[in-house]
Design a protein around this ligand. Structure first.
Ligand SMILES: [Zn+2]
Length: 376
């Protein structure tokens, strides 16, 4: 093929992507708006709309109000033309989510499947996935891939878990899953997946620290809109920040890690209650719960204070415990942080995640959506 031929093809692809991205961003638009905003010729726009429509990526939904002359047709992307599935693997349960081309969750489900490193486990997971797809009537040909978020650090080649003490899943390999999952598949560290979701939801973020308050804690660091990985993929493992050198023993073998104070498990251990019951009691004014919760927030504030010294950016609090947070908790955290830091953290810098326990599964699933949108 001649250079000229290659160039024409590349331009065509870029134009198609521009048209598609514009429609997606606008949510609803018209042909004329595309021509005007993208400053693209009418025939080029028409041609691209035709191609995108033939590929099943667009839908025309009604008409705009006429401002004289013919009414303009309303154009939208078909948001479920492609979908991505996220699986969040925990010690005692599995979360499934399906997300559309806007990254919106269209279906979710939680199954009590305890993790075990056996062929039976991976077979059952494959069957549950198929069940999830059938139950929700998902079009199999629209599934871009299945992204699996797990506790544990993923090896740089993405093929296996290189550190997995919580679930004892150090032997977990991507090939264990792909034996029973027929879609493109990948592994993701759950706390990094959480960071991907927050980046997706907050286009304005440049740098941030993500604290994932799950059964076990997780964390990640974002700089220049990238999740920092590190030489051994363990950048941002905030849960093992040492808070008190002679504190309680952490599963990692060290003492006084943030995990031992601020994971949901730590909160349950301290209170001797389930999480929902704990927050109910706290809401009812239980003084013992108040003391335990203040203690929890004090440790969290201590960590955030130090993390903000390292990364001058947003603090994103995400995961299972976040739906239980109220504004008073954020105010308390801010007071604690600012009373002991040379730099003031503002309320706007603290962001609360919105997806609770499904955060890692959704964040992992976004990978395939992002990839599709870049190459459409
Ligand atoms: Zn630790």
């Amino acid at each position: 093929m001649s250079d000229k031929g290659m160039t024409t093809m590349a331009v065509k692809k870029i134009n198609k992507n521009k048209v598609y991205s514009f429609i997606r961003q606008e949510v609803t638009t018209s042909k004329l708006q595309i021509v005007q905003k993208l400053q693209m010729g009418l025939s080029t726009v028409s041609q691209n709309l035709k191609i995108l429509e033939e590929e099943g990526l667009l839908e025309k939904n009604g008409y705009f109000e006429s401002t004289g002359g013919r009414k303009a047709q309303a154009i939208q992307i078909r948001r479920t033309a492609r979908i991505s599935i996220g699986i969040g693997i925990l010690k005692k349960m599995v979360h499934f989510v399906a997300i559309d081309l806007y990254g919106t969750v269209i279906f979710d489900s939680t199954q009590d499947i305890p993790y075990e490193p056996s062929l039976d486990y991976y077979r059952q997971l494959g069957l549950e996935l198929e069940e999830f797809i059938s139950e929700n009537d998902l079009d199999r040909s629209s599934i871009l891939g299945v992204s699996i978020a797990t506790q544990g650090i993923i090896a740089p080649d993405g093929q296996s878990v290189s550190y997995g003490v919580i679930m004892d899943n150090i032997q977990m390999k991507l090939s264990d899953f792909t034996e029973f999952i027929t879609y493109p598949c990948r592994l993701e560290h759950d706390s990094k997946a959480a960071a991907y979701l927050e980046l997706w939801n907050h286009q304005e973020i440049d740098s941030a620290v993500v604290l994932l308050l799950n059964r076990n804690m997780g964390g990640s660091v974002i700089t220049n809109r990238q999740v920092h990985q590190g030489i051994h993929m363990h950048s941002g493992i905030i849960e093992h920040l040492c808070i008190t050198p002679d504190g309680p023993l952490c599963y990692c073998g060290c003492r006084g890690c943030l995990e031992t104070y601020c994971s949901a498990n730590a909160l349950e251990n301290a209170s001797g209650m389930g999480i929902t019951a704990f927050f109910q009691e706290l809401g009812n004014g239980g003084s013992r719960c108040r003391q335990i919760w203040d203690d929890y927030l004090n440790h969290l504030a201590f960590a955030i204070r130090n993390l903000n010294i390292m990364i001058d950016g947003s603090i994103i609090i995400s995961g299972y415990l976040v739906p239980f947070f109220i504004e008073d908790d954020v105010t308390y955290l801010l007071n604690q942080i600012n009373s002991s830091s040379p730099f003031t953290l503002s309320r706007e810098q603290i962001l609360l995640g919105t997806q609770g326990q499904y955060t890692p599964a959704i964040g992992a699933a976004l990978y395939y959506i992002r990839e599709f949108l870049q190459n459409v």
